[in-house]
Write a protein that binds this ligand. Structure first.
Ligand code: ZN
Length: 327
C-alpha cells in the first residue's frame, strides 16, 4: 500500500484519529519520509507473509517529541514514528554536511565506494534502527490478545524491570538487524573487502548510531533500577556490544582473515565518536561523560546479567525467539 492508502485504511478502520496522523505529501522532506515509509512497510509485509505478524501498519505520528510507538489497536499491529524523531534525524544526520566532509577526508578510499553520502546512510541506519526496535516490540506482544500500547521514553518514573528487559531485548534485536544491514551494505559497495574497509565502515555507522541513541536522554546521570525505561547510555552499551559481537562472528570475515575484536572495535567507535564531537559534528556531549570516568563498565554488565536472568516476562515473548521461529 502507498502511504496515503495506509492513512485512509487506518482512518476508515478507526485505528487512529485522522488528526494524529502526519501526512508528508508536498512537504520539503517528502522524498525521505517516503523512503523510510517504503522500507518499513515492505519489511512489515515480509513479516506478515512469513506468518510472524498479523495485519500491520506503519504510520507517522503527528507529535513533536523524539518518540516512537508500537501497539495493538483493533486487531492490527501498529508502528508509529513521531515526526519529532524524524526531524531530529533530518537535522542531526541527513543534513549534517560536516559529517560527510569529515569522513570523506578521513576515509576517502572507503566513502568513495559508498553509493550515497555518509549523512544519508546515517539517517537510514538510525531510522531503520528505530523501526526494528518497534518491530521487536510487536514480536514481544505477538501472543497478546488485548489492545496494548507501548510508549517509548515513558514519562513515569516508576521502576519496571519487565519494561527494562523488553527495551534491552528490542535493542538487541534491532542491533542484530542493523549489523546484518551493514554487512550487506559492505558486500554491495566493495568488490573486495579487507580488515581496513570492514572495521572502518562499521566504525562510521556505529558512531552515528551511538549519537542517535544517546540523544534519547536529557541527562548523563546514570541510573539502573529506576524509571520505566533504561538509561540511553546503558542502551547504547548493549547495542554496540551486540552489533560488534554479531559482526565479529560473520563466517565470511573469518574466512578472509578479517578479525573483528570486540573490545578493540568498541574502543574505536567511542574514539571516532569523540573525534566527531571534538570537531563539532556531533553534539550530544557523550565524550565528556566518557572522559569524566563515570562510565562503570562492570556495573553496566552486571545490570545486563540481572535483566537477562530474570525469568518473569508477564506473557511477553523474546523477540529473537519469534524471529528464529521463521521456517
Ligand atoms: Zn522500546
Amino acid at each position: 500500500m502507498k502511504y496515503n492508502q495506509t492513512v485512509e485504511y487506518a482512518i476508515n478502520n478507526k485505528i487512529i484519529e485522522s488528526g494524529d496522523i502526519f501526512v508528508y505529501e508536498d512537504l520539503p522532506n517528502e522524498r525521505f519520509y517516503e523512503e523510510v515509509y517504503n522500507f518499513c512497510s515492505k519489511n512489515l509485509e515480509i513479516q506478515q507473509v512469513d506468518g510472524l505478524l498479523s495485519t500491520s501498519l506503519f504510520l507517522y505520528y503527528n507529535y513533536y517529541s523524539k518518540n516512537a510507538n508500537a501497539g495493538i489497536k483493533k486487531e492490527h499491529n501498529v508502528i508509529l514514528i513521531n515526526i519529532g524523531l524524524m526531524r531530529n534525524c533530518f537535522e542531526r544526520f541527513l543534513y549534517n554536511v560536516e559529517l560527510n566532509d569529515y569522513t570523506e577526508r578521513k576515509w576517502k578510499k572507503i566513502t568513495d565506494s559508498f553509493n550515497t553520502s555518509v549523512s544519508h546512510l546515517a539517517f537510514q541506519i538510525n531510522t531503520h534502527f528505530t523501526y526494528y526496535h518497534e518491530l521487536a516490540h510487536l514480536f514481544q506482544m505477538s501472543n497478546k490478545r488485548s489492545e496494548i500500547g507501548l510508549q517509548e521514553r515513558g514519562s513515569d518514573g516508576i521502576y519496571n524491570i519487565i519494561q527494562h528487559k523488553l527495551e534491552i531485548n528490542a535493542d538487541t534485536f534491532a542491533a542484530i538487524c542493523i549489523a546484518t544491514q551493514i554487512q550487506q551494505y559492505i558486500e554491495t559497495c566493495f568488490a573486495e573487502i579487507d580488515q581496513y574497509i570492514v572495521t572502518n565502515t562499521i566504525t562510521i555507522f556505529s558512531a552515528c548510531l551511538l549519537e542517535h541513541i544517546i540523544c534519547f536522554s536529557d541527562s548523563f546521570k546514570l541510573y539502573y533500577d529506576e524509571k520505566s525505561h533504561p538509561h540511553s547510555v546503558i542502551r547504547m552499551f548493549n547495542i554496540i556490544l551486540n552489533l560488534t559481537n554479531h559482526l565479529s562472528s560473520n563466517p565470511k570475515y573469518i574466512k578472509k582473515g578479517i578479525n573483528i575484536e570486540i573490545n578493540f572495535l568498541f574502543r574505536k567507535i567511542l574514539d571516532f565518536h569523540a573525534e566527531l564531537e571534538k570537531n563539532g559534528i556531533f553534539t550530544s556531549g557523550f565524550s565528556d561523560f566518557v572522559n569524566s570516568k563515570m562510565l562503570d563498565n562492570d556495573r553496566i554488565l552486571k545490570h545486563f546479567k540481572e535483566i537477562k536472568e530474570l525469568d518473569k516476562s508477564d506473557g511477553y515473548i523474546d523477540a529473537m525467539d519469534v524471529w528464529n521461529s521463521r521456517v
